[in-house]
Design a protein around this ligand. Structure first.
Ligand code: 5GP
Length: 114
């Protein structure tokens, strides 16, 4: 079983967040430290996958659902165009080891890659 992360606690409801989108397999909520006018995190409800490479290999349908949710959020909250970032590994800036997509849209903080 994967080590519990802060996102596992968000999925279980232990840490409350504002849910911006929810599907059978995915939830989305605002990043607590936004780097753009729109900065939403899209995560699978499953706690099984630490990063996007593992998710793509093990459950590509959920990855596709995360990307579809990202587009829907960008349509609703911005002009429909967005950056999608998956930090993968500590050296790349990943701090939470429950796969998550950063969806960024609107005005960006200069130089920020999240
Ligand atoms: P990473 O650096 O792992 O790609 O991104 C983790 C992101 O999760 C960071 O941008 C951080 O601000 C966000 N984050 C960490 N803990 C929480 C939390 O408890 N609530 C919310 N809404 N965002 C969080």
């Amino acid at each position: 079983m994967a080590t519990e992360t802060v996102f596992g606690k968000i999925v279980s409801g232990e840490i409350p967040v504002e849910i911006l989108a929810e599907t059978e397999r995915v939830i989305a909520f605002p990043d607590m430290n936004p780097q753009a006018a729109v900065h939403v995190l899209v995560i699978p409800k499953s706690t099984e996958y630490q990063n996007v490479v593992e998710l793509a290999a093990g459950d590509p349908e959920t990855l596709a659902e995360m990307i579809a949710v990202a587009q829907r959020l960008a349509d609703e909250l911005a002009e429909g165009e967005f950056r999608l970032i998956f930090n993968t590994g500590e050296g790349a800036g990943q701090t939470v080891f429950h796969v998550h997509a950063h969806v960024l849209a609107g005005a960006f903080k200069e130089h920020s890659l999240v």
